[in-house]
Design a protein around this ligand. Structure first.
Ligand code: SGN
Ligand code: CA
Length: 557
């Protein structure tokens, strides 16, 4: 049986492996005459960074030596999840320590209520200096930060606009480098060194459309990647999976996503083609454009040679196994698109890894490693072609999981296998700072785990809820429960202003992750699963009650 999430890296010989052996040690306790020094917090979060593309987790695609430094000298969470696999909602969960229904930010169309309690506000009150740099994506202005410098909206890869403490400013260059420069500048020149700091460093990368830095454009050019086992999934027994619009062959735009904006206008994408052409012609400066053309013009030529005539263009008809299987051209196009996607994505990750290295070097050179908790994570996981997809949103493993690495000075080294979720970060940081955790926070502090303690009782199951439908990618609303082995999901019809939205799906899915880690066999309603279903349903209702989750108008069982 194939594991989708290797608990230990498959290949040896990389520095991080030596540290991931599971040995534990406790954080040193301060002696009576040695008062404990407040711990700084550096929280690095990328946007859409899959655990599959961090070598501390998975070594099939890329080596990320700098991100791995955090794990090598700290911990790797092997069961880390989000509460709602989308950017804004994840950020709100992280800031508040609460599920989406409780913090109000259920999907990317709403505005974060910045007057509510967040952990940076509580840290500020306790004497921390707080800063937020990079992608914010919560619409309202940040609150609870002494300094903030955020990307506008999703942010652009090249020459992005920022809002610095309320003032708009456009900066020339590549977003990952600029965001890191701003963080280093804050640490070195703006931060009041008499106070402990909490710095949230949020990269826009590697969000769609995966635009590489000029210096990384030639990487991976000769590399082909094997299609994931589930690439040609037919979604049998899973109507919501069948109804999505995030398939690499059908939905990934040749011009917008894969950057084939040819000067002759012969290559056509879908609805995003216009955007694709604007992005590459208007947003880059002449120097960037020269790099761009030098790299993508030959790619465009190769594409034209291979596909321009008789291009199947990934239509429903050509990709449906129901139509007698895949036409050869469609298979070839799918493979080509997948490789091109992987190459750009991995180039973007290379830049992130290099920039994480710059920040770690700064901490080392300035004696900050001994009193700084370093966290590396993503706002959710991402599909690297599994089930044929890009994007996220589903409660299936690749997007429900998120990478989580942490280094606590004097703390645990190795793997942490408990079920953890992004609502746990806020209470962790509060406990670390010695701030009482408010009762209404729904997450649980991870500090005992980071210190190598083994709490007698830990959560046995996680609650999840995704709300953004109708919307891009057509992933239906769903909620569910996952324990260490099973997952129960309910895709439910949405109600907008009391009117049931058409084209909806009302279906349950049940998976045995031990026997079916790729979640291909929906067991819901199968004879023999009645007791298991009843048990999970009961636990799901208990979690909904515990988190005070609202009843669903059109929910059915
Ligand atoms: C954009 C992307 C989507 C993506 C959402 C949410 N489209 O709308 O592909 O799912 O963001 O992503 S794009 O044409 O604008 O690239 S999130 O991570 O920010 O929630
Ligand atoms: Ca994201």
């Amino acid at each position: 049986m194939k594991k989708t999430f290797p608990l230990l890296p498959a290949v040896s010989g990389i520095t991080v492996l030596t540290a991931l052996t599971g040995c534990t040690s406790r954080a040193p306790q301060p002696t009576a005459d040695e008062p404990s020094k407040p711990m700084n917090i550096l929280y690095i979060m990328c946007d859409d960074h899959s655990y599959q593309t961090i070598s501390a987790y998975d070594q099939r695609f890329i080596h990320t030596p700098n991100i791995d430094r955090i794990a090598a000298d700290g911990v790797r969470f092997t069961n880390s999840f989000v509460a709602n696999s989308l950017s804004g909602p994840s950020r709100a969960c992280m800031l508040t320590g609460k599920h989406s229904h409780a913090n109000g930010f259920t999907d990317n169309t709403v505005t974060f209520d910045g007057s509510q309690q967040t952990f940076p506000k509580l840290l500020q009150k306790a004497g921390y200096e707080t800063a937020m740099i990079g992608k914010w994506h919560l619409v309202s202005q940040p609150t609870g930060f002494d300094y903030w410098d955020i990307l506008v909206g999703q942010g652009m890869y090249y020459n992005p606009e920022f809002i610095c403490n309320g003032q708009k400013v456009q900066r020339e260059g590549y977003a990952t480098n600029i965001t890191t420069d701003l963080a280093l500048d804050w640490l070195a020149n703006k931060h009041d060194k008499s106070k402990p700091f909490c710095l949230l460093l949020h990269h826009k990368a590697p969000h769609r459309t995966w635009m590489p830095d000029s210096c990384d454009m030639e990487l991976f050019s000769d590399k082909d990647f094997p299609l994931p086992d589930t690439f040609w999934d037919d979604y049998d027994g899973r109507p919501a999976a069948a109804a999505q619009e995030m398939h690499i062959l059908r939905d990934m735009d040749l011009v917008y996503d894969l950057k084939l904006a040819d000067k002759e206008g012969e290559i056509h994408g879908g609805g995003l083609e216009g955007w694709g052409r604007t992005m590459y012609t208007s947003l880059l400066n002449p120097n960037q454009k020269a790099f761009w053309d030098r790299h993508y013009d030959p790619v465009i030529e190769t594409f034209k040679d291979s596909f321009l005539r008789n291009a199947p263009n990934g239509s429903e008809e050509t990709m449906s196994p129901a139509n007698g299987g895949m036409k050869a051209d469609a298979r070839r196009l799918a493979q080509w698109k997948y490789n091109q996607y992987m190459r750009d994505y991995l180039r973007v990750i290379t830049s992130i890894d290099r920039n994480v290295g710059r920040v770690l070097d700064y901490l080392e050179e300035n004696g900050l490693m001994e009193n700084t908790l370093i966290v590396y994570t993503s706002d959710q996981g991402f599909y690297m072609g599994e089930h044929g997809w890009f994007d996220k949103r589903f409660m299936y493993e690749e997007s429900f999981r998120t990478p989580l690495l942490a280094r606590l000075p004097g703390g645990m080294k190795g793997d942490i296998r408990q079920l953890v979720q992004n609502i746990d970060y806020a209470p962790t940081f509060l406990e670390l700072a010695g701030v009482p955790i408010p009762d209404d926070i729904q997450g649980v502090s991870l500090l005992p785990l980071l210190q190598g303690r083994r709490p007698r009782h830990w959560r046995e199951a996680l609650y999840y809820h995704y709300y953004e439908y109708p919307a891009e990618h057509a992933v239906r609303r769903h909620y569910g429960i996952r324990d260490s082995r099973y997952k129960l999901i309910h895709f439910y019809p949405a109600s907008l202003d009391g009117i049931k939205v058409k084209d909806t799906i009302d279906s349950w899915e049940l998976y045995d992750l031990k026997n079916d880690p790729q979640e291909l066999h929906n067991l819901y309603g199968q004879p023999g699963t009645e007791r298991l279903t009843r048990r999970l349903m009961k636990k799901l209702h208990e979690l909904q009650e515990q988190y005070d989750a609202p009843e669903l108008k059109y929910g059915s069982e």
